[in-house]
Ligand binder design. Structure first.
Ligand SMILES: *[C@@H]1O[C@H](CO)[C@@H](O)[C@H](O)[C@H]1NC(C)=O
Ligand SMILES: *[C@@H]1O[C@H](CO)[C@@H](O)[C@H](O)[C@H]1NC(C)=O
Ligand SMILES: *[C@@H]1O[C@H](CO)[C@@H](O)[C@H](O)[C@H]1NC(C)=O
Ligand SMILES: *[C@@H]1O[C@H](CO)[C@@H](O)[C@H](O)[C@H]1NC(C)=O
Ligand SMILES: *[C@@H]1O[C@H](CO)[C@@H](O)[C@H](O)[C@H]1NC(C)=O
Ligand SMILES: *[C@@H]1O[C@H](CO)[C@@H](O)[C@H](O)[C@H]1NC(C)=O
Length: 512
């Protein structure tokens, strides 16, 4: 199978480009750390073209991807797409197309039309054909973005087996953390985060059901936005649970992650109920206007230090977070320290919160709907996927990692009384938990260390933004997560941007 389904046509695409690549050496332009606004400025003064930028990324992917495994597939038409963007640039009203000519990488569970595949990293979906591209992808294109390709991810968004390492999938193996190659990149949006961290692309999309954007964002020292559920359409996303799934963004800066968010939010008839409910949250003119250096002034920020931030006094984390809290205060925020979310240990245990029971049943139902909607596919149901894995146990590493979550999901039969009770319980935990705390203490945002509280956000459908916070003693990045109630993105963006501008923690990985 490995030879007939070879997933790496990079060399084919690139062999004819060696000459062109040298032309991409644009004097003085820092490709590796280029932000959207710097790229747009260089486009505007005619010192850079989209073709040059794409050629740079292709060359860098060819060089680094064999080590990082961040990119799963390249769009074979990416250069003609770049040329088209270059031709059209002159005639555009630039303010209306902030992503014009900007290359974007998509997590592999976000639907793209052939020749790009949509497989969640699994051979089971290799060659399947989606009925239409995901709404978020159409929106990126309308905003002028160029689709560079598909990002590697934890196979099936880490919902096949708890034993599989985060960042691993059968199609291109283990993704790597560029700050500490021996450390994990986290997941499941691993490739999306690695690629942005290492300058293989400008920005990317990921998805989260519980932690899958926030965690790789933190671990790869990039900015990651996990939006309120429904703010971005899930139509075309290989599902786990429509109650928790959300599509979000990665950038080297808050401004870049926000620019991509602005392009993909809004009502979508193909995901009508959730996007209609969340559309009321979207501010006129989008989120860009909340990038304010004064964004922390007067904000009430809760520190959940009763349960989180329990680092030893000598640790880098302890020192760093305390310094950050002082900075947040200096920038005019009111710190409300010593807080706790009611029932936090219950919330963080999927067996006790109800999350495990609900996700298993929701996954089977929604995956079966997704697979049946495909134009063509080697598999049409979860039970086919399980059989496929058994039939291809070597490629899918079934003996090593198993497929216990799939088997448990297959064993469910719809949303019955136990599942309904589990869903009610999670709603109740959210109302009694983060919601009550934020209302009682009149908070604008709360602060969590990295991904530790991802389940609080997951079961409530709440948003979070992770910003680089520091590097541990063994060089592994850690992040600070600003979170709030549904629809609180404007405040979270203000807070995250002000924090980022004041602290400037992120530094590029050493890998060249
Ligand atoms: C063009 O814009 C880029 C990005 O802002 C800048 O670095 C460069 O100096 C500019 N070059 C010219 C010739 O204006
Ligand atoms: C998509 O999958 C097919 C196999 O079905 C493969 O031939 C093709 O190269 C893949 N596309 C890309 C862009 O890798
Ligand atoms: C959460 O904790 C409160 C007390 O703090 C308790 O009354 C409530 O029943 C708990 N809720 C759940 C769902 O466990
Ligand atoms: C939840 O239950 C499963 C299956 O019984 C078990 O393997 C897992 O360790 C439990 N998780 C927690 C956090 O208790
Ligand atoms: C698995 O193998 C069996 C026996 O060869 C075959 O009948 C079945 O169609 C295969 N299923 C999948 C999904 O590959
Ligand atoms: C399947 O469900 C039954 C009862 O609903 C349970 O007894 C059994 O342990 C489950 N099997 C798996 C693999 O989860």
């Amino acid at each position: 199978m490995a030879s007939s389904l070879h997933p790496f046509p990079f060399l084919l695409i690139l062999s004819c480009l060696i000459f062109d690549v040298s032309a991409a050496a644009v004097a003085g332009f820092n490709f590796k750390e280029a932000t959207i606004s710097e790229i747009q400025a260089a486009y505007a003064n005619n010192t850079l073209t989209s073709r040059q930028l794409v050629l740079h990324y292709l060359a860098r992917i060819t060089k680094l991807n064999p080590v990082l495994n961040a990119v799963l597939e390249l769009n074979p038409n990416v250069l003609s797409d770049a040329d088209y963007a270059d031709r059209r640039r002159i005639r555009l009203d630039r303010s209306r197309f902030p992503l014009h000519g900007i290359p974007v990488l998509l997590k592999d569970n976000i639907a793209t039309l052939p020749p790009l595949n949509t497989t969640a990293g699994s051979f089971a979906l290799f060659g399947s054909v989606v009925p239409r591209e995901a709404t978020v992808v159409s929106r990126l294109r309308s905003a002028g973005a160029i689709i560079l390709g598909k990002a590697s991810m934890s196979e099936w968004a880490h919902f096949r087996s708890i034993n599989a390492p985060q960042g691993w999938n059968s199609r291109n193996g283990q993704g790597r953390n560029s700050y500490a190659l021996s450390g994990g990149p986290c997941g499941s949006s691993s490739g999306s985060a690695i690629a942005v961290a290492t300058g293989l692309v400008t920005v990317s999309l990921g998805t989260e059901t519980d932690g899958s954007i926030i965690c790789p964002g933190e671990r790869n020292s990039v900015v990651a936005i996990k939006p309120t559920v429904g703010l971005t359409s899930r139509a075309g996303m290989i599902p786990i649970s429509r109650r928790q799934d959300t599509v979000g963004t990665f950038g080297q800066t808050v401004a870049d992650a926000v620019a991509v968010l602005d392009a993909i939010t809004g009502f979508d008839p193909l995901d009508a109920e959730a996007t209609e409910a969340a559309a009321a949250f979207i501010p006129m003119g989008g989120y860009n206007k909340f990038l304010k250096e004064e964004g922390l002034k007067g904000k009430r920020v809760g520190i959940l230090s009763q349960f989180f931030f329990k680092y030893t006094k000598e640790s880098v984390e302890h020192y760093t977070f305390n310094a950050h809290f002082q900075t947040i205060k200096k920038l005019g925020a009111i710190l409300v320290d010593g807080l706790e979310i009611a029932n936090i240990t219950t919330i963080l245990n999927p067996n006790e919160s109800g999350e495990a029971v609900a996700l298993l049943a929701e996954f089977k139902l929604s995956l079966n709907v997704y697979l049946k909607s495909l134009v063509s596919s080697p598999v049409r149901s979860l039970s086919d996927v399980i059989a496929f894995n058994e039939n291809h146990s070597i490629e899918e590493k079934i003996n090593e990692f198993g497929q216990a979550i799939f088997l448990a999901a297959q064993n469910t039969s719809g949303i019955g009384e136990p599942e309904k009770a589990a869903i009610r319980r999670m709603a109740r935990l959210s109302v009694d938990g983060l919601e009550r705390l934020m209302n009682e203490k009149r908070l604008d945002a709360v602060v969590f260390p990295g991904v530790e509280a991802s389940t609080v956000l997951a079961i409530g459908g709440y948003p979070g933004i992770t910003v680089p916070a520091g590097y541990s003693a063994d060089q592994v990045p850690f992040g600070i997560c600003f979170a709030g109630l549904r629809g609180s993105e404007p405040k979270l963006i203000e807070v995250a941007y002000a924090f980022e501008q004041a602290t400037q923690v992120r530094r590029p990985p050493q890998i060249t």
